[in-house]
Design a protein around this ligand. Structure first.
Ligand code: 7TS
Length: 404
């Protein structure tokens, strides 16, 4: 249903050669490429309406403010938030998680319990460990099986009245597993715990409805979604965002400031101190429009076809082992070939124009679980082709021959 040839024309970077070979970009889980409309959106902002927002009475400031707030409405609609002010613009997923983790400092007591999964990016581990250090709360871990699936029975056993917060990624960046987040959320709510879902890896593939999920916090980065770097969202239910203290103090997040006492602005401004990435936010809105025009169902269907084809093809390589074999997964293939170090494979296939990520993918506990130093990770987007899968396959055969 998607016309991939036509879509690829939208992405100027894909025309490039790398090391004298056509670029085969398979590091989409690290960051996505940007269509021309998103690039144009940034250029147009700076060439036509650049001004600071929410402060000037002048026309340019009004135009910039309108474009910025329109982007918030696009994000509200996309994630189906009840109110536009439940969408907070941040610098990205990492920033969003830190806002919530810091905010919970005053809401926790020694002995409270927090639950995380065994397959998280460091961004969804470290801020919570820092929170535990500040408060004396204890971190519990949902284990996984060798296919890279969470053990939901074990999760059930971890939940109790002591559980205050559960934070899990919707999709694992290193394995591609799609976690059963609705069940995770519902079970947490039964014991009165709040839930944060890290949507950094799900947002390019799955359109999430925060009201249907009944999730308390949902976080994502624009750059994974064909948008610019340095921008993201923190969705929070209104009641939670009102309960959390602000993360940073500064301009635009106040109602009134005196040297005796400062009162904070209403949502969303309470969490948006300082001049934000205005061009980035507006371009984020453009990226959301672009993807919705393609249709998330179409994207998921095509990417799943690519995943099935690539999985079958790569498994033809003797000694290749895939990590993350859940039936429910996005278009990510993490693998090793025999005992060859992932960096060596990555370096050789880069010479052939194939860009993949190698290493622990900021998810060291997953690598420890499998007792490996890292993997090679090929992550596919809707603008990748079946021919590119063949190029990857041939490059891997070449690398294997050279390194064995
Ligand atoms: N959570 C998950 C699940 C991620 O995959 C990432 C980034 C983050 C959080 C952090 O997002 P950021 O935008 O704040 O950096 N993941 C990756 C990756 O897999 N390769 O490079 C970045």
């Amino acid at each position: 249903m998607l016309d991939i040839k036509k879509i690829r024309v939208d992405f100027p970077i894909l025309k490039q050669q790398i090391n004298g070979k056509p670029l085969v970009y398979l590091d989409n889980a690290a960051t996505s490429q940007k269509p021309q409309v998103v690039i144009d959106s940034i250029v147009n902002y700076y060439t036509t309406i650049n001004a600071n927002i929410h402060r000037g009475v002048h026309t340019l400031s009004q135009k910039a403010t309108d474009a910025f707030e329109q982007a918030r409405e696009k994000l509200q609609k996309h994630f189906n938030a009840k109110k536009s002010y439940e969408i907070i613009f941040t610098a990205g997923t990492t920033h969003s998680i830190n806002i919530v983790a810091t905010g919970f400092t005053s809401l926790l007591q020694k002995g409270d319990e927090l639950i995380v999964s065994a397959m998280e990016h460091h961004s969804n581990i470290v801020p919570w460990q820092m929170l535990c250090e500040r408060t004396g709360a204890v971190l519990k871990i949902i284990p996984m099986n060798s296919a890279g699936e969470l053990l939901m029975n074990e999760y059930g056993k971890l939940l109790s009245k002591k559980t205050k917060l559960v934070f899990v990624n919707h999709v694992s960046n290193a394995l591609g597993t799609i976690n059963p987040i609705k069940e995770i959320i519902d079970k947490a709510h039964q014991v009165g715990a709040a839930v944060l879902i890290d949507g950094a890896q799900s947002c390019p593939h799955i359109k999430s409805d925060v009201q249907a999920l009944d999730v308390d916090f949902y976080v994502a980065s624009a750059h994974k979604l064909c948008g610019p770097t340095g921008v993201g969202i923190l969705y929070g239910k209104e009641a939670w965002l009102n309960k959390l203290p602000p993360y940073q103090g500064g301009g635009e997040m106040i109602k009134e400031v005196t040297f005796e006492k400062t009162t904070y602005a209403d949502l969303p401004h309470k969490f948006e101190a300082g001049t934000p990435n205005i061009a980035g936010v507006i371009a984020f809105g453009t990226a959301i429009d672009y993807l919705n025009n393609l249709g998330f169902d179409n994207i998921a269907t095509y990417e799943n076809e690519l995943l099935q084809y690539a999985t079958k093809k790569l498994l033809q390589i003797e000694g290749l082992k895939i990590y993350g074999t859940s039936k429910h997964k996005t278009s990510v293939i993490s693998f090793n070939i025999d005992k060859i170090h992932p960096y060596d494979i990555g370096t050789i296939i880069d010479k052939l124009g194939v860009e993949v990520r190698t290493g622990h993918h900021c998810a060291q506990p997953i690598m420890d679980f499998y007792k490996i130093p890292g993997t090679v990770r090929a992550s596919f987007s809707f603008y990748n082709t079946f021919e590119e899968v063949d190029v990857l396959y041939n490059a891997l055969i070449r690398a294997k021959t050279m390194l064995s």
